[in-house]
Design a binder for this molecule. Sequence first.
Ligand code: ZN
Length: 202
Amino acid sequence: MPADIPDTSSTSNTPDSPEHFEHHAPIKHCKNCGAAVVYRIPDDGDAKQRAICPSCQTVHYDNPLIVVGTLPVWGEQVLLCKRNIEPRRGRWTLPAGFMELSETVMQGAARETVEESGAQFEMGNFFSMVNVAEVGQVHLFYLAQLQSDHFEPGPETLEARLFAEDEIPWDEMAFRTVAQTLKCFFADRRAGQFVTHIIDID
Ligand code: ZN
């Protein structure tokens, strides 16, 4: 799989960090007993500071979050959703959100697409994996083939509509992960072949 170097020069108008849905808040209380935790290196050879409960000794690990979504396609156009929630309310995004427990990546991407756009679609190939290491997130996007141009956006979306490439509101994108995924999509379409993209955003 080819690795893509983010073209930061062409995304200078999209938001800079911090970004992406929400940040990890530090763990404050033990999930096991509720006591206030302390941050220190565990005694088991670990190299990182962890939130450790001084009462029941539980060690809490804070790991990256996975965001799943789709890039829905209708002919020459793609579907974008205008966010009705913070962060980045009023900006455009692909339908995406946090993966839930007990679902696959594809199921989560489909669920988010239904919730945010009300679109009818068929899931396509896996398209992009975007590492946002600085904020501890990985964003995963599938292609999706729209079956209709009728949308029924949910409460998290102000508007769901189709855009041709020259209509994309690049200056009003919510997230660089979305902008980079869209740039890869249009570049692949010009090249006549869709491949899988691995993108690192810092
Ligand atoms: Zn505890």
